[in-house]
Write a protein of this length. Structure first.
Length: 349
């Protein structure tokens, strides 16, 4: 029996497959680590700081999408990225990140697919210790089972929610669990998710119903639209969001629907509009959230590679993930930015 299979059996992880793609970098400057050589498949034996899991479910989309391909699209984007961000002056090269693989999805049984996400993520959180797990969807239906899994694997914790999206995602359940229902599902789950600790950031104009606004606010939730973000500035917005989500809670789940972006940057998703966020506003927010000690889990959803133009949306989502990890790196290393800042001169080059 392989180390992988032995570990999966020991921890009751039944549906985790090997990564859909594994890239082997042929070029790397010795002073410039590339993400494709940094994010490696896990050997199921050595420790890691961050584990990335794919959940390529898209049969739960209200309209047809190819979000099932998003985990592999992220893997394919990694040759373009390095471990250092001059914007935030953080080098994550010493953070150990591992690709844990993909949750196997039955094509014809949506409810079984959602149950597999919940079961797999619960088992992984119970087994992962201090490692931080990141889920890559898939459409937004993956968030409800993943967040429930976190709550069930951490009994007694009261949960906050920060939700980046064009949509409120509190549709009625007439058509079952879809990518339009995850927030309603969580607030109605009976688990410790309270609307008073829900913040929805970036909600777009003419993409929702007044009913949904009244439903969210009637359950205590806070809605900050894309227009309000532009008028108030992202620093003030994320400060407010963190205060609300963290008030009286033990942990915060963050979900990032990439259609929160302004349309020019969100071609590779189903329903972005001009009212969305600029990527740098999203990055500023995620960098701050990565540093927050209560942020315990995050997912990135709704990238549709089949719609993307020049891989723009996919690359933006990869940058968003790495920016969050840069904030997490600072949190876990007491503010050390991951490199020696002493200027290099002369022969030291």
């Amino acid at each position: 029996m392989t180390a992988r299979q032995e570990w999966l059996d020991r921890h009751g992880v039944a549906h985790l497959k090997e990564p859909g793609l594994v890239l082997n970098g042929k070029f790397e400057d010795r002073h410039e680590p590339r993400i494709w050589n940094w994010l490696r498949p896990w050997d199921f034996a050595s420790p890691f700081d961050v584990g990335i899991i794919g959940a390529g479910l898209s049969t739960t989309s209200i309209l047809p999408t190819a979000c099932f391909a998003a985990p592999d699209a992220l893997r394919l984007s990694t040759p373009s990225f390095t471990t250092y961000s001059p914007d935030f002056d953080v080098d994550i090269a010493t953070m150990v990140a591992r690709d844990l693989g993909d949750i196997g999805m039955p094509i014809l049984d949506q409810r079984e697919a959602l149950q597999r996400i919940e079961d797999t993520m619960e088992a992984l959180w119970r087994a992962s210790g201090d490692a931080f797990l990141v889920l890559i969807g898939g459409d937004h239906a993956v968030t409800a089972p993943a967040a429930r899994a976190y709550a069930r694997s951490h009994p007694g914790q009261k949960m906050g929610l920060i939700h980046f999206d064009a949509h409120n995602d509190v549709r009625v359940m007439d058509h079952g669990p879809t990518n339009g229902t995850p927030i309603r599902q969580l607030l109605e789950s009976g688990l410790p998710f309270s609307g008073e600790n829900l913040v929805q950031v970036g909600i777009h104009g003419f993409m929702n119903a007044s009913y949904y606004k009244r439903w969210v606010e009637g359950h205590g939730g806070t809605i900050i639209t894309g227009r309000q973000v532009r008028r108030a500035g992202i620093d003030a917005v994320i400060e407010e969001a963190v205060q609300i989500a963290c008030e009286g809670t033990d942990a915060v789940y963050v979900t990032v629907d990439i259609d929160v972006l302004e349309l020019a940057y969100g071609t590779g998703t189903g329903a972005a509009t001009p009212e969305g966020l600029h990527p740098m506003d999203l990055y500023e927010a995620l960098f701050a959230l990565g540093q927050n000690p209560k942020v315990a889990a995050i997912d990135f959803v709704e990238h549709d590679p089949a719609r993307d133009v020049s891989t723009m949306t996919g690359r933006t989502m990869t940058g968003a993930l790495l920016t969050f990890l840069a904030g997490l790196f600072l949190r876990r290393n007491d503010g050390w930015r991951g490199y020696d800042p002493t200027p290099i001169t002369g022969d030291d080059l």
